[in-house]
Design a protein around this ligand. Structure first.
Ligand code: 5AD
Ligand code: SF4
Length: 447
């Protein structure tokens, strides 16, 4: 019998990927994905533990699910998956004993079995199992548009002192080259044109090739670029320490590799970087950026920043501002430091007070916004190739992405979703661009 599955995804792109794979795992049980929880038989929150705010959202959402379940006749199974499940399985049972199912990121291939069990009694599975979930999940992938995510690496062995990832996602592991290529071929055969390779530390990828030798991310990308239909490749998230020579060369040599890189630096102060255990200095980052720009002059950069890390002085913060000024980012994410249970920095005695954190964040975000606005403004009048991904809000309009990951809306197209078209950018809005097909007479464009 058909049952309705509602999954709400929080956090990073890997969670988006995992949610799709959970839905695929549950399909053989008759579960069909739905967009609202109202009539669902099973609701799964796929959660994020990276900052306190993200983790707390889960408990308020669980409260809402409980109310919904109490108010309606139809039974509702409530599940928590993802990184909060992994980190706080026991806490979830204590604070939200009505939850039927808790499953971590490494055991969701067991979902069919776990859901069957949860119908009778609550279950928690937060193992780091010996088996590899990717060997056991259904190999048939569902596709949702021409741009897809593909996890190639998971977990992290870097142990930045602020970060929960090594504890929630586990030790670093790469999927074998063949397994990734098979999945990519299948996606391409179903119409996918752009693949974003995912990993918490994706550029540390070292999956085994058919001879049992580790292949680098650059090797993997060269193989992916050769798959018919694949027009664009991206990868995220990277660590500066793993920006190898061959990866930088791939930015020069592979036209399919988009000129956009999210490369978190976190801070511009060597003192703070050392306390964060980042294992690189601010100048290492500058050098990597220089080499990337030598390889691919138009590469657009994105980054993550944390302000108010324990012990961060005003001088440290000025060093971050200076690094941002010098580098110039097309976009970026910035956060106030949030102490996470179990991480080394959470024990630090020299916390920065909230007011200083807020001030620094506002100042940094103002600078980053100026840079983003300038980057977008510089696209006015340029012609950019856009991968058309979905219908826009207005009739006849399609929305896609530029090589630099900007959202672009286009009117007057002859081509459809899945095409890469040259678009002349004629309008720059705060968060997106819009334009018309390049090289066509104006009269045509209005059609
Ligand atoms: N506090 C604030 N930000 C954090 N991040 C990771 N852990 C923390 C934390 N404890 C940020 C980092 C990382 C991004 C995904 O989230 O900038 O790159
Ligand atoms: Fe959040 Fe990190 Fe887990 Fe992604 S891997 S959901 S960012 S805690």
């Amino acid at each position: 019998m058909q049952k309705k599955l509602f999954i709400k995804t929080y956090g990073c792109q890997m969670n988006v990927y995992d949610s799709a794979r959970m839905a695929e795992a549950l399909a053989p049980l008759g579960y069909v994905p739905v967009d609202t929880v109202d009539d669902a038989d099973l609701a799964i929150l796929n959660t994020c533990h990276i900052r306190e705010k993200a983790a707390e959202k889960v408990f308020s959402e669980l409260g809402r699910l409980r109310v919904l379940r109490n108010e309606r006749e139809k039974p509702l199974l409530i599940g928590v998956a993802g990184c909060v499940a992994q980190a706080e399985g026991a806490e979830i049972q204590r604070r939200a004993p009505f939850v039927d199912l808790v499953v971590g990121p490494q055991t969701y291939h067991r979902l069919p079995h776990l859901v069957a069990q949860a119908l009778h009694a609550p279950v928690v599975d937060t193992d780091f199992p010996a088996e590899d979930k990717f060997d056991l999940l259904p190999t048939e992938r569902s596709v949702d548009g021409p741009a897809a995510f593909l996890t190639v690496q998971e977990g992290c062995d870097k142990f930045c002192t602020f970060c929960v990832v090594p504890y929630t996602r586990g030790a670093e592991a790469s999927r074998p080259l063949r397994q990734v290529l098979d999945e990519a071929c299948q996606l391409a055969a179903k119409g996918v044109r752009e693949i974003t390779l995912l990993g918490q530390n994706v550029n540390a990828y070292h999956g085994l090739d058919e001879n049992g030798r580790p292949a680098s991310l650059a090797t993997l990308m060269r193989a992916l670029a050769a798959i018919p239909g694949i027009a664009r490749l991206r990868y995220t998230t990277s660590h500066p320490r793993d920006m190898g020579d061959d990866l930088i060369a791939a930015h020069r040599d592979l036209p399919a590799l988009m000129p956009f890189l999210h490369l978190p630096v976190q801070s511009g102060s060597d003192r703070v970087l050392a306390a964060m255990n980042r294992r690189h200095k601010a100048d290492d980052y500058r050098r990597i950026v220089g080499r990337l720009r030598d390889a691919r002059p138009d590469i657009a950069l994105s980054s993550d920043f944390i302000v108010g890390f324990p012990g961060e002085t005003d001088a440290d913060f000025r060093a971050t501002m200076a690094l941002v000024e010098e580098t110039g980012f097309a976009q970026a994410f910035s956060f106030k430091y949030s102490p996470r249970p179990g991480t080394p920095a959470a024990e630090a005695a020299d916390a920065v007070d909230e007011a200083a954190k807020s001030e620094r964040l506002a100042e940094l975000q103002a600078l980053l916004l100026r840079q983003q606005t300038a980057f977008n403004a510089a696209c006015l009048g340029r012609t950019l190739p856009v991968l058309l991904e979905k219908p826009g809000r207005h009739p006849g309009q399609l929305v896609g992405k530029s090589p630099y990951l900007q959202a672009v809306s286009v009117v007057g197209l002859n081509e459809g979703i899945g095409s890469v078209v040259d678009v002349m950018i004629d309008t720059v809005l705060s968060n997106s661009l819009s334009g018309v097909p390049a090289g066509r007479p104006a009269a045509d464009r209005a059609a």
